[in-house]
Write a protein that binds this ligand. Structure first.
Ligand code: 5RP
Length: 218
């Protein structure tokens, strides 16, 4: 296993310690969360259901024997565990490298406790080196792209990729995210945008940073 994979696994195993007295667990998407899903399978009888942020995660949860339900069928998830592409010391994030940002943001927003699990390489002083994924209704792609250019960004269409919601992704480079909350709101206000990968208005409650031989929390 590569050192970054070991670090991701360490963070995922630490997050398992927070699955106590829970009924519903929200589960994110990505290679870090995949480690968490494996561990979650081992304690599946200690909670009732998982709510999943993607079709890929649902499939893995089912393979581990975890019962999956719809968010509409349950109260607020007790805890949501997900990875990130970038994270700051203020626990603001960029997510969406895997294209699951909309369902991830819905579950993060509705959960009582949001725990983000990352390896050290994801920690940044300021968000924005990683492109901001913007999920768009397909017919609005060009219009939204022009609006994003007006905001100072350089959007690139993630060609060949369709989200679980049947939409497309624009990856936006070069945004100055000094005021990431303001950008999150501005991007969402463009007609045709479903959501964007800046998680500043609802940051994580805790970040678990894994490395090969130590764990720390932010
Ligand atoms: C998917 C995400 C992921 O959490 C993010 O891309 C991190 O992925 P990984 O754990 O594979 O590094 O936001 O939409």
């Amino acid at each position: 296993m590569s050192s970054s994979n070991v670090a991701k696994k360490q963070a995922a195993m630490e997050a398992i310690k927070y699955i106590k007295d829970c009924s519903v667990i929200g589960v994110g998407t990505g290679s870090t969360v995949n480690h968490f899903i494996k561990e979650l399978g081992k304690i599946r009888s200690s909670f009732d259901y998982a709510v999943s942020s993607s079709e890929a995660t649902t499939e893995l949860l089912r393979l581990e024997g975890v019962a999956v339900t719809e968010l509409n069928n349950c109260d607020a998830p007790d805890v949501y565990v997900d990875g990130a592409d970038e994270a700051t010391s203020h626990r603001q994030l960029i997510k969406g490298g895997g294209g699951a940002l909309t369902r991830e943001k819905i579950i993060a927003s509705s959960s009582k406790n949001f725990i983000c699990i990352i390896d050290e390489s994801k920690l940044v002083k300021k968000l924005g080196s990683f492109p901001v994924a913007v999920e768009v209704i397909p017919m609005a792609r060009s219009y939204v792209a022009r609006k994003l250019v007006q905001l100072g960004g350089a959007p690139e269409w993630r060609q060949g990729f369709v989200t679980d919601n049947g939409n497309w992704i624009l990856d936006v480079y070069n945004l100055d995210l000094t005021d990431s909350k303001e950008f999150e709101v501005q991007i969402d206000s463009i007609a045709g945008v479903v959501s964007n990968g800046i998680f500043s208005r609802r940051p994580a409650d805790k970040i678990i940073v894994g490395s090969e031989n130590k764990i720390r929390e932010i």
